[in-house]
Structures are given as structure tokens and as C-alpha cells.
Design a protein around this ligand. Structure first.
Ligand SMILES: CSCCC(=O)C(=O)COP(=O)(O)O
Ligand SMILES: [Mg+2]
Length: 285
């Protein structure tokens, strides 16, 4: 087993979600050929099993219905204002879908605005954008899906036992994901392992800054009340690892089944782990 020796100055472990604690297939869905899907689906029905939904496909399939059902609510209107503002900022990007203002001109107009929001969300998701506006709407949509048990957070099997061990060793554990803090709390609060929110000392999302900008990692350390070199950041994305390292955090790149491949240069430059069990804490001697 490869071992990553955690430097003695590290007191905080900061975790990414997608590709680090949680399979990418749970976030983005599985691309299964139609025929295979039909067969799997039929055999699941036969044995009375049903898979829980995965995050992004749920949004794509349900966004229109959600907007229609929640249109009059303040929270939904705030989400749309934020998406509209983001679309204005994106006006120079190829394929952007602007979101018109509603002027109170009847149901047809509402349907047109809803369709624009749906198209904008689909466009952003096709590019896997991590805008705060998109992530905020997604978080609100997942709330009902988790609460009804239609969705349950999933983790690689080493994740929860390792975090418990780190905490027993005195480490603080935080999450930093592009998913909104609300969405993070749903994932860990309604999971296949039950409610495990108590395992985390706090959560950060893109409101603190984007994950590929080093300033975000300085802000996180300052918000935790420690120096950046007291933090070890675990992520599957080397651009994020690079930004954290630039801010003087320690980093290890997590290699999981289904993650994007790394170049030879990335493989030789970064410390790589394939399981949280490969972290060796100073106190575990
Ligand atoms: C609460 S998890 C939602 C996942 C998500 O929306 C996402 O964009 C994943 O980003 P990450 O920063 O965890 O890789
Ligand atoms: Mg990730």
C-alpha cells in the first residue's frame, strides 16, 4: 500500500467531494447504453430493487417541473435572479441562454421564462460549470429528493471509517466543494451511512471563491483560524491541487475508479492516494 505521511504541522484535513469522497458516477450519473439500461431496469423490477437517483441527472430531468411548482416562491425567484445575472456575465460565451425578465404578461410569458431557465441550466450543466447560481438552484432542488428518500449520499467505502479515525487522532475535518453548502449538508445528512454531518467541523463552497483560485484557500484557512500550511487538501482535480499548493497548503491527489486520468507529469509531481487509508498521521506511529 502506498503511504502518504501527513506532515506534523497539519491539523486540518480539507476534502473535496466529487471524485474524492464520492464516486463521479453518483454526481454525474452513469452513461449506460440504452439497451443495457433497459435490461438492468427490468431485472431490478423483477427482484424488487430500485437504485436511488444520482445528482445531475435528477436536475436535468426535473428542473422544468420544479420551476413550475415553486415559481411563486421567494427562494425560487431569488435563484432565477442569480441565474439571470450569471447569464448576463456569460453573454460573451458560446451557446449562452439569456433569461428574460418577467413583465407580468400572463402564463405564456411565465412558460417562456421557465423554458429559458431550463435551457440555461442544461447549457451550464453540459459544460459542467460550477457557478454559484447553478449550484444554489441544484441544492434547493435536491432538498425534496433527499427528504423523501429518493436520493441518498454515497461514499467510497474507506471514507467514513478514515474520517472517524482522523477525528479520534485530533484532526479537524472540513469540506470544500463546488456543490453549495446546503447541497453538501444534504449529501452527508441523508446518506447510505445515515446522518454523518457530525463528522465535519465545517463546510465551504464557491461563495468563498472558486476552487482553482489560490486566494480561496487562503480565505478558508483564515476562516478556520489556522495557517494554510496547517491544512492538507485532498482532491481529484490537479488544477485545484495546484491552487491550494500555491497558497501553501499540503495536497494529495486522490485517484478513484471513474476519475479523469492524470498525465505522466501530474503522476510524478503530486503525491497520489487511492484510498483514505493511505494517509499516515503523525500520531499513528
Ligand atoms: C454536494 S455535492 C454536489 C456535487 C457538485 O455539485 C459538484 O459540482 C461537485 O464538485 P466538487 O467540487 O465536489 O468536485
Ligand atoms: Mg472533485
Amino acid at each position: 500500500m502506498v503511504v502518504f505521511a501527513v506532515p506534523a504541522e497539519v491539523a486540518v484535513i480539507l476534502l473535496d467531494i466529487e471524485g474524492t469522497t464520492t464516486p463521479i458516477t453518483y454526481v454525474k450519473g452513469k452513461s449506460i447504453p440504452r439497451e443495457t439500461f433497459k435490461n438492468v431496469f427490468l431485472s431490478m423490477l423483477t427482484v424488487g430493487l430500485f437504485l436511488s437517483d444520482t445528482l445531475f441527472p435528477y436536475i436535468k430531468d426535473n428542473v422544468k417541473e420544479y420551476l413550475r411548482a415553486h415559481w411563486e416562491e421567494e427562494e425560487c425567484q431569488q435563484d432565477i435572479s442569480l441565474l439571470r445575472k450569471q447569464a448576463e456575465e456569460d453573454s460573451n460565451l458560446d451557446g449562452v441562454v439569456p433569461i428574460p425578465l418577467e413583465t407580468g404578461n400572463g402564463e405564456d410569458e411565465v412558460e417562456q421564462v421557465i423554458q429559458a431557465v431550463v435551457d440555461n441550466v442544461h447549457w451550464q450543466m453540459s459544460l459542467d460549470r460550477k457557478t454559484t447560481a447553478l449550484k444554489q438552484l441544484q441544492g434547493h432542488m435536491w432538498r425534496a429528493a433527499y427528504a423523501t428518500g429518493r436520493m441518498k449520499g454515497e461514499f467510497f467505502q474507506d471514507v467514513v471509517p478514515a474520517i472517524r479515525k482522523w477525528r479520534e487522532a485530533g484532526m479537524k475535518v472540513y469540506i470544500y466543494s463546488s456543490g453549495s453548502v446546503e447541497a453538501q449538508k444534504l449529501l452527508f445528512g441523508y446518506s447510505t451511512e445515515g446522518d454523518i454531518l457530525e463528522l465535519f467541523d465545517g463546510h465551504f463552497d464557491t461563495k468563498i471563491g472558486h476552487k482553482v483560485e489560490s486566494e480561496s484557500y487562503r480565505r478558508i484557512a483564515s476562516s478556520i483560524g489556522c495557517s494554510t500550511n496547517n491544512v492538507l487538501f485532498l482532491t481529484d482535480v490537479t488544477r485545484e491541487a495546484n491552487a491550494a499548493e500555491e497558497a501553501d497548503m499540503h495536497v494529495a491527489v486522490v485517484v478513484r475508479p471513474g476519475n479523469a486520468g492524470l498525465t505522466d507529469d501530474e503522476k510524478s509531481y503530486y503525491s497520489l492516494i487511492t484510498s483514505f487509508n493511505e494517509l499516515f498521521l503523525p500520531s499513528s506511529t
